[in-house]
Ligand binder design. Structure first.
Ligand SMILES: [Zn+2]
Length: 146
């Protein structure tokens, strides 16, 4: 068993821990979608995060219907990782890794939902537009100079 996370309660340590988790999650998922070797150290780091961001499973009642819902400490920034690990669990158990893509512009990961499976950017309004504008001006420059 790996050592438990033992950061002080200083907010900057927690922030660094969250940034490290973000990097490890990104590295593991990118390796997964590209079919590359997954770094054991990144998996170890994610497991450290999962042990730190514990939540409590509670029964929830809504209009007479009961369901189970994870609850976590709203005051603890590390606890906000909990929903991310829940999403990771769903992603890995559904074998949906082939629907996760890395944006060709900003490198964020996004969930591909088009039927054609050809989406290239996390968001057309931002990254897609930027990329298309750059290509437009490049073509325009080439036609003016060429
Ligand atoms: Zn993007």
């Amino acid at each position: 068993m790996d050592a438990e996370v033992n950061f002080s309660s200083h907010p900057s340590h927690k922030l660094q821990f969250i940034r490290d988790q973000r990097k490890s999650l990104h590295d593991v998922i990118v390796s997964l979608i590209k079919g590359q070797n997954i770094e054991a150290e990144s998996i170890k780091e994610i497991n450290r995060g999962i042990r730190s961001a514990t939540g409590i499973l509670q029964v929830k009642e809504d209009s007479g219907a009961l369901s189970m819902e994870w609850s976590f400490d709203q005051e603890d920034p590390v606890a906000f990782l909990h929903p991310i690990y829940q999403s990771l669990e769903k992603l890995l158990s559904n074998g949906a890794g082939n629907r996760i893509k890395e944006c060709g512009e900003c490198r964020w990961l996004f969930w591909e939902q088009t039927k054609s499976n050809t989406r290239k950017w996390c968001d057309m309004r931002y990254c897609g537009s930027r990329k298309k504008a750059r290509e437009y001006y490049r073509r325009k420059r080439e036609s003016e100079t060429g």
